[in-house]
Ligand binder design. Structure first.
Ligand code: ZN
Length: 345
């Protein structure tokens, strides 16, 4: 490396020696700067948190109502040790931030998860200039290219309308924080009532309080089942598939399951035999979005993490003339979708 690393991978995650803090640590540490409130980025039990206002609110809703943390407003610089730290919207989920760290003449940006497509349910992605960019690459393969979100929502609403006409209750399987609220913001409530699983209520409330316009929802349970059967749409985590809970919403024509995830672009139906439809709506940058962001940052040195790191790192060296390296991730192996309560994609 030409210069010492401002951020280094350690057993607890990314560590900034000069500022004495971790970014998205994997285990409880003294001071954590958190990009966003998904479980693979936000760890409960740290001594001090620095994050965006909405990230802290979602962390409270998900982990601990009494969680304390310092809010860093967008673009505001905060001195930590010998560093200056600022947060910039990442466009991934409500509150999601890129972390820009300046030290001496050097600047590093950690993107966290991000996407470049428009999404009315969160703050829009903001390009950040830096010397070294640590970018996620969950979908860092050229096969991943997203359709425009409005087209995907048109397809989702058309599917719901057609199901409702046949007395089939529509179920959208989606992770409870981020994707679920984005779906909610894009559904057409004139088609029928919308029910949400209990796991979604806390995060959804944070979105409403943050001023994100979402249609009215019912809590999907025994008391609302009759209202939702047939013409309704229900949003619930993938883990609810096959449970007695979901069967209670059967309409006269049964249920139709749609999985909403970037993974649906290539492997949806093969992995998820039980779903009727896949919608490739992702909250991560696709291949073009990654390259556009990397080029736009002006960075000469690129660290890649979370996903197809080897392919992207090599592409950057061979085709973009950039220095690149892989940054270890907490989770390795096969990424989502899973039936567990995990986040993402
Ligand atoms: Zn995320």
């Amino acid at each position: 490396m030409a210069s010492p690393l401002l951020l280094e991978p350690t057993r607890d995650g990314l560590w900034c020696e000069a500022g004495e803090f971790h970014v998205d640590p994997w285990r409880p540490v003294a001071r954590a700067v958190v990009t966003h409130a998904h479980a693979d980025h936000a760890t409960p039990g740290c001594g001090r948190y620095l994050a965006s206002r909405n990230t802290l609110e979602v962390m409270r809703a998900r982990f601990d109502q009494n969680l304390e943390g310092e809010v860093l407003e967008w673009g505001q610089a905060r001195d930590l040790g010998g560093c200056s730290v600022s947060l910039h919207p990442a466009g991934h989920v409500l509150g999601s931030a890129q972390v820009l760290i300046r030290h001496g003449n050097e600047s590093w940006c950690v993107t966290g998860d991000y996407k470049c497509e428009p999404d009315p349910s969160c703050e829009p992605f903001e390009p950040v200039q830096c010397d070294t960019l640590l970018t996620e690459c969950t979908f860092g393969l050229p096969i991943y290219r997203w359709d425009a979100p409005e087209r995907i929502f048109e397809a989702m609403n058309a599917w719901w309308r057609s199901n409702a006409a046949q007395g089939r209750t529509t179920v959208f399987l989606a992770y409870a924080f981020g994707k679920a609220q984005r779906i909610l913001a894009g559904l057409d409530p004139s088609i029928g009532p919308i029910g949400i699983h209990g796991a979604l209520t806390g995060p959804t409330e944070v979105y409403r309080e943050a001023g994100i316009a979402l249609p009215d929802t019912l809590r999907a349970d025994r008391t609302t089942a009759e209202d939702l059967q047939g013409g309704g749409a229900i949003i619930c985590p993938p883990s609810a598939t096959g449970t007695p809970w979901i069967r209670r919403f059967n309409g006269p024509g049964g249920l139709r399951l749609g999985f909403v995830s970037g993974w649906m672009q290539v492997r949806g139906r093969r992995r998820w035999q039980s779903v009727d439809r896949g919608f490739a709506l992702s909250d991560h940058a696709d291949w073009d979005g990654l390259l556009r962001t990397i080029r736009g940052s002006g960075a000469r040195r690129i660290g890649v993490t979370h996903g197809s790191t080897r392919v992207l790192a090599r592409h950057l060296r061979e085709h973009e003339g950039l220095e690149s390296f892989e940054v270890p991730t907490r989770f390795t192996g096969e990424p989502p979708p899973s039936t567990g309560g995990g986040d993402e994609a």
